[in-house]
Design a protein around this ligand. Structure first.
Ligand code: ASP
Ligand code: MG
Length: 406
């Protein structure tokens, strides 16, 4: 008999009605396989708990992070118990497990813990007794038994780690969308569902703005070769399969587009035109744990160097502070906010030239200014004004997926 891990996101367990519907689905899955259900908190619950915690303690401290994790992880515990009860009430033997019980061990980095190990034995024993295991996502325990959470969206990663520990045949991620789309359908109505894509493509999409899966879950699935299926808990459509794909010769050049509306850029000019300037500027940011994305350097006619980099909008104030405090004599950083990053991803690009050119010309033909650009083996990203993001996605979707696209 197959073993499957089925993870249910917040909207799939967002009300008692949805929990009952999920129990009904699990009843069918249980008839044909051994099932471990991994749950998120009910929709909105993690945000509600975070807001409560922040109201009581608005500051930041390591001691407070520990309590915030103790607080927010309850959302998953409540949900696991409710789903197990719903299963029992429809006649399915079921048992809930929290992180202590199924032994999800993490490091002690509260609010962003990383998984160390999952002991599959307690779950395997319950499966052998014919039970559906209902397991909390998102939470783990550190070596002292403290609750620690895996960061927002961490239940996806819990599900993959459990699938690995149990050597499950597949890991299904049930959501409120039918699968992974060629573009966010709220931005481009012509977007269509993708049947199959590679781990690498999904990782690029997740790291450039797609919210479909937590990037760490894809990374982990790729490392261990666990096939992932993203599908809807609201219908029976087969969803999108994410797996290793070697037969990429026939792949389309671009598999999907992603976007991220919260980008900003920071420029410094008047720097000495020496090879060290770049590392002098980037060092303080690295020290303060601020990741930069696009980076360009340029020596002007005046013989001085300017450096421009992009960061997430929410990090821009910290980046400027970091530059000021570590380079008090340095030039004044100029900040531009309100930018977006649009990205075209596809392993088909590996074997074909010209995708970057097509991206740039499609945008410039529509008078969309490109602030910065970046291209790697399987992606092309552009930084553009956020106000033009939807236009850009529509133009690019038409260019790569529209009628007449090749
Ligand atoms: N409940 C957590 C969150 O909202 C974890 C998850 O759903 O994956 O981020
Ligand atoms: Mg999620």
């Amino acid at each position: 008999m197959k073993t499957r891990v089925a993870k249910f996101g917040g909207t799939s367990v967002g009300s008692l009605e949805r929990i009952r519907a999920t129990a009904e689905r699990l009843k069918h899955l249980h008839a044909e396989s051994r099932v471990v259900a991994v749950v998120s908190a009910m929709a909105g619950e993690t945000d509600r708990l975070l807001a409560l915690g922040r109201e009581v303690y608005p500051g930041i401290s390591a001691a407070a992070d520990r309590e915030m994790d103790a607080l927010v992880s309850t959302g998953e515990s409540v949900c696991a118990a409710l789903l197990a009860l719903a299963l029992q009430s429809s006649g399915v033997p079921a048992c809930s497990f929290t992180a202590h019980q199924f032994r999800m061990s993490t490091d002690g980095r509260f609010t962003r813990a990383r998984i160390r190990s999952v002991d599959g034995l307690p779950l395997a024993a319950a499966l052998a007794e014919g039970k559906v295991c209902v397991v909390t996502g998102f939470q783990g325990t550190d070596e002292r038994g403290n609750l620690a959470t895996l960061g927002r969206g961490g239940s996806d990663t819990s599900a993959v780690a459990i699938a690995i520990a149990l050597e499950a045949d597949c890991c299904e991620i049930y959501k409120d969308v039918d699968g992974v789309f060629t573009c966010d359908p709220r931005m481009v109505s012509a977007a269509s569902m993708i049947q199959r894509l590679s781990y690498q493509e999904m990782m690029e999409l997740a790291s450039t703005g797609s919210k479909v899966l937590q990037i760490r879950s894809v990374e982990l699935a790729m490392k261990h070769g666990v096939p992932l299926v993203v599908r809807s808990s609201f219908n029976n459509k087969p969803g999108t399969l994410i797996c290793e794909m070697n037969d990429n010769l026939e792949q389309p050049l671009v598999t999907a587009l992603s976007h991220d509306l919260n980008q900003a850029k920071v420029s410094l000019s008047g720097l000495p035109a020496s090879p060290e300037s770049l590392s002098v500027v980037l060092e303080p940011l690295a020290r303060d744990d601020i990741s930069v994305d696009f980076i360009t350097q340029n020596v002007g006619a005046d013989g001085l160097m300017s450096i421009t980099f992009s960061v997430e909008d929410k990090l821009v104030d910290r980046a400027v502070l970091s530059l000021h405090s570590h380079l008090p004599e340095g030039p004044n950083p100029q900040v531009e906010r309100g930018l977006a990053k649009v990205t075209a991803v596809g392993i088909g690009m590996r074997n074909h030239a010209g995708v970057a050119h097509r991206v740039f010309s499609s945008l410039t033909n529509s008078n969309i200014p490109i602030h910065m650009a970046l291209s790697t083996e399987i992606k092309v990203s552009c930084l553009i004004p956020a106000a033009r993001c939807q236009d850009a996605l529509q133009v690019l979707h038409e260019a790569f997926f529209g009628t007449g696209a090749c």
